[in-house]
Design a protein around this ligand. Structure first.
Ligand code: FNR
Length: 373
């Protein structure tokens, strides 16, 4: 096996190393997986309009997210059950994020608890929340995350039921018996029963609150002072309601194409959300980000930063903490290079004019160069 030179290469390595049930759970999207492909394809329909002859000897990629200074606008999305990928699981991810000077979001369904992840050392971390039917469970968990020093809640709003991931159904996916959903262990909700279809889908059907609505976003603000990011917005309509409901930020996400199939790629939905947010709250994006050029395109369309999901679990499977570090470093290096080759020295120099998207109105045909003129 040669040297890994880009983020996408970790998927094939993970596929070789992991049990089929685990790899399929990480890799799959919902149903026809149209959105899964589209999350990648849509990036390839956005092209650059680079500016030249600008002194790019110094590039600053640092930024501030909810008041927290980070080294780059590349952060880690919540992905469940990371100890299936590597024995160090979420510990490794937390250390890699901290070493890179960026934010890790811990999943509700992590195989390490909020306290355990906090014990890995300093680092800016967000906690992703699934709202259980039993609201005492939710209130306790949010309090624990707050005490463990987590800085924001990413409230996932696209999962009243689990999307239909057919590989998980065929494989009868369930959490391996030596692992638990660590945050829920003491609450007797840490195990996932085997089911006739996907064990996770059954768990969600049993525990997750399908009645969740905008009033609960308000309710959440009564039980925590932490800022709330609404994760899973894809339309201008919901952006406006999220802002009115007190969200501190929005994550444009289709859950890595694992929920409703045939929603647009997140990069295609981003601009609509950015316009509707009217600069009142920051807008972030996740879904299909695999290159520094993707990061640049998202920022040019108005995102304040991006999150990566699958690259973390695949690189964890391949090389543990070193793998996640390498993923963050490769994306950082590629993004820096993209900025340099586009003539941008800081994030605020990245503008909409640095890209052209397929939905932009075509420029009128200009007359051809004529040497006799
Ligand atoms: C996820 N995602 C997710 N989201 C969430 O809010 N809570 C969770 O527990 C999980 N778990 C999870 C597991 C796995 C294996 C995947 C691939 C995804 C969605 C995740 O936060 C993010 O939205 C996507 O992963 C982003 O897309 P990419 O980067 O994977 O293409």
């Amino acid at each position: 096996m040669g040297e890994v030179t880009n983020v996408s290469e970790y998927e094939a390595i993970a596929k070789q190393k992991l049990p089929k049930m685990v790899f399929d759970y990480y890799a799959s999207g919902a149903e026809d997986q149209w959105t899964l492909q589209e999350n990648r394809n849509a990036f390839s329909r956005i092209l650059f309009r680079p500016r030249i002859l600008i002194d790019v000897s110094k590039i600053d990629m640092s930024t501030t997210v909810l008041g927290f200074k980070i080294s780059m606008p590349i952060m880690i999305a919540p992905t469940a059950m990371q100890k299936m990928a590597h024995p160090e699981g979420e510990y490794a991810t937390a250390r890699a994020a901290s070493a890179a000077g960026t934010i890790m979001t811990l999943s509700s369904w992590a195989t390490s608890s909020v306290e355990e992840v906090a014990s890995t050392g300093p680092g800016i971390r967000f906690f992703q929340l699934y709202v259980y039917k039993d609201r005492n469970v939710v209130a306790q968990l949010v309090r624990r995350a707050e005490r463990a020093g987590f800085k924001a809640i990413a409230l996932t709003v696209d999962t009243p039921r689990l999307g239909r991931r057919e590989a998980d159904i065929k494989n009868r996916f369930t959490l391996p018996p030596f692992l638990t959903l660590k945050n829920f262990e003491g609450l007797d909700l840490g195990k996932m029963d085997e089911a006739n279809d996907s064990g996770l889908a059954s768990y969600v059907a049993g525990q997750i609150d399908r009645t969740l609505s905008w009033k609960d976003v308000k309710w959440l603000q009564t039980i925590t002072k932490l800022p709330i990011l609404v994760k899973g917005v894809l339309t201008a309509e919901d952006t406006r309601i999220a802002v009115q409901s007190g969200a501190a930020g929005i994550i444009v996400s289709n859950h890595g194409a694992r929920q409703l199939d045939y929603v647009p790629a997140t990069i295609s939905a981003l601009e609509e959300v950015v316009k509707a947010a009217q600069g009142r709250v920051p807008v972030f994006l996740d879904g299909g980000v695999r290159r520094g050029t993707d990061v640049f395109k998202a920022l040019a369309l108005g995102a304040s930063g991006i999150f990566i999901g699958r690259p973390v679990v695949f690189s964890l499977a391949a090389e543990g903490e070193a793998g996640v570090r390498k993923v963050l470093q490769m994306l950082r290096d590629e993004f820096e290079l993209t900025m340099a080759l586009s003539g941008c020295r800081s994030l605020k120099e990245i503008t909409r004019d640095h890209i052209v998207a397929d939905w932009d109105t075509p420029r009128t045909q200009q007359p051809r160069y004529n040497p006799r003129l």
